[in-house]
Structures are given as C-alpha cells and as structure tokens.
Write a protein that binds this ligand. Structure first.
Ligand code: KG4
Ligand code: ZN
Length: 341
C-alpha cells in the first residue's frame, strides 16, 4: 500500500509517501519558522495561510520524483491535536485528493505519529515500550502496549518541555524557537555556578511541571544582568541539566513501574543531544535500550503521519465520508489495530 501523508498541525508543512511493501519513504518538509520569528511565537492565522500556499506545490513536487498520483492507495492527514485552522488546511487537501481519486482517507493523531516515528529507522523497538513524548506542545510518558493501545502514565501540568526551552531561550535573547539554540549555548560550557530545581521529583508520581524553571531562569537573569556570554552559557547549561535530569528521573520511574526494558524518545526535544546521551546511559545501566527517531523524524514531519496512517489504513481503518479536525484529542481514545507492517 502506498500512502500519501500530510502534516499541518502547527508551523511545519510535511508531505510524505510511505510504501508499506518496500518500507521506503519520500518526503518534503517546509518550516515556517522565519515567518513567525518576528512575533516570538507561532501566529495561528499566518500558519494556516502558509500551509495553503505551500502544501499543493509540495505534493506536486514529491509526485514529480515519485510517480503518478493514481498509484497512491490512500491518504493520511493530521487530524489533531494542533491549531484548528492549520489542521483544516491539511484535512481539506487530503479529503479533496481522496474524493478526486476515490481512495480512502484517514485522520491521524499527531502524537501517535511522533511515538511511532522510531519505527521508521532500521533498528526499531519491539512492543511494549515506554514512550517519552517531548515536543513544543506536549510532555508525556506513555505505556505503549501495541499500536493504538496507549496508557498515559504522566503529563505536564503546565508548560511542555519544548515550551520551557523556548521561553527560557527568549529570556536569554535567543530567537524563536530557541530550544536548539539554548541547547547549543548550554553545550558551550561544561559547568555552571547555578543550580535549577528538578520540579516534582521529590514526590512520587509521573507528572511534570516545567513553568517554574522559566521563573528560576528569570530571577537569575534579573539578578546578574547585564549578562556576558559566559554567564548566559552557564544559565543555559544549568537549565538544560535540570530539564534532562528531571526527564531522566521520571523515565526511570516509568520503566520501574511498567517493568519494560525499552524506552522510546519522540518529539522535537528528542533532538537534544544531552537528553540522548543521558538516557542512553540510563538504559545501558538497566540492561535495556533506548530508541530515538532519526533527527529528521523527531520534529514535525509528514513521514510519521504517512507511516502511522499506513498502519491503520492497512488494517482497514478509514474515515467516514465527512471530515473534521480535533484540536484537542486524547491519545488514549484511539482504537487499537490488530495488524502491523
Ligand atoms: O515536535 P516538534 O517539532 O513540534 C511540536 O509538535 O511541538 O517540537 C518542537 C519543539 C520546540 O519547542 C523546539 O524548541 C524543541 O522542540 N527542540 C529542542 C531541540 N530541538 C527542537 N529543544 C531542546 N533541544 C533541542 N536540540
Ligand atoms: Zn509535533
């Protein structure tokens, strides 16, 4: 089965084709980041308009490389969660192509796309596993028993990890989205005179809270301003250490609780090098293994939507002849599937 996937939940337009037989992927990705940078965050209306402009030419472009659109068997699009207008663009295009070709269409859960993204690599985990989903909008630990069998073990009560990175980066004068640049700044130094709290680690449970870290950063920045480059690096370093340490503690707890030896890290913050190094060490010590998607599949992309959609479409699932989007959508409400690829 050859599935065309469309991702448009936020500020990336992702188009991909996944072939379930050859397991090959073709993809195109366009990031709107520059467009939103002057506003210091994503402007939903601008995001929707940009998806409208970019998606159709990107589909034409990928088909020039891949082949005839008639050979597409089904279409998958991101149904949610995400920005409603942005989601509507992908849903409308997917449904339009589905009607025109008379092919099935399926709306995919964005976070399911993220948590299945490691399956696109050569070495991928067996089920069950614990997934740590860390993106700009979500932070959650999920017990993944099989495709569609998800139990949320813990979530952030306030800011998502990526959001905390971006807000702290903004305080340090870095452009949106500052997560990767804050990480690069943090990696410039090997020590810091500052120590940030590890929120909610001194009590049992798997919930997270990251908004206090941004406040801790603000207090230090106000106290030490004007900051020179080495102080900025020390603050970034202490912040990154606190975030990664908090995630390490909670991941270890989730692995203890489930007894699983496998951990999957997914979502944009999964690109963070320190997180990768620390969690690799943790799983080595435990005799288990950690799996990361390739960097290109960590942040938003069409391939993960084409893949997750293909699993479900291949198992016979498809939408009714109407379409909608779900800006808020529980991962636990998804139906299981019996067949895998
Ligand atoms: O999954 P994603 O592309 O989009 C959402 O669905 O939110 O994640 C984007 C988030 C942003 O907050 C970005 O700053 C963060 O991932 N991010 C990073 C790194 N690369 C991306 N945060 C820390 N370190 C990184 N290397
Ligand atoms: Zn995402």
């Amino acid at each position: 089965m050859k599935v065309l996937g469309l991702e448009s939940s936020c500020d990336e337009t992702g188009i991909a084709i996944f072939d379930t037989e050859s397991k090959k992927i073709w993809q195109r990705l366009y990031s709107q980041i520059e467009r939103h940078q002057e506003y210091g965050g994503v402007v939903p209306e601008l995001a929707s308009r940009d998806h409208v402009v970019k998606a159709a030419p990107m589909i034409e472009d990928i088909l020039r490389e891949w082949g005839d659109i008639d050979a597409i068997d089904a279409i998958a699009y991101t149904r949610g969660p995400g920005l409603i207008g942005a989601l509507m663009v992908g849903a409308s295009i997917a449904r339009g192509i589905g009607w025109a070709l008379d092919k099935p269409v399926l709306g995919v859960h964005h976070m399911e796309g993220h948590l299945l993204a490691p399956m696109l690599g050569d070495e991928h985990p067996e089920y069950p596993f614990v997934a740590l989903l860390v993106s700009g909008g979500h932070t959650m630990l999920v017990d993944v028993q099989a495709v569609g069998q998800y139990r949320i073990l813990g979530e952030s009560l306030d800011d998502a990890v990526g959001e905390a990175f971006d807000k702290t980066a903004k305080l340090l004068g870095l452009p949106y989205p500052g997560g990767p640049q804050l990480a690069a700044l943090a990696d410039q130094t090997s020590q810091s005179q500052f120590k940030f709290p590890r929120p909610m680690t001194n009590r049992p449970g798997l919930e997270f809270s990251f908004s206090g870290l941004k406040t801790a950063a603000l207090n230090i920045i106000q106290q030490y301003s004007p900051l020179d480059d080495s102080l900025r690096a020390e603050i970034a370093h202490a912040f990154q250490h606190a975030v990664v340490d908090t995630l390490r503690i909670k991941c270890s707890r989730a692995l203890d609780q489930t007894g699983y030896p496998r951990l999957v890290i997914a979502g944009g913050v999964g690109a963070n090098q320190r997180l990768r190094v620390v969690l690799t060490e943790v799983l080595e010590q435990r005799g288990g293994r950690v799996y990361f998607p390739a960097i290109e599949y960590c942040t938003d992309n069409g391939a993960m939507i084409a893949y997750a959609g293909a699993l479900r479409l291949n198992a016979g699932q498809a939408d009714e002849d109407v379409f909608d989007v779900l800006p808020r959508w529980s991962l636990e409400s998804l139906p299981p599937i019996q067949l895998g690829i």
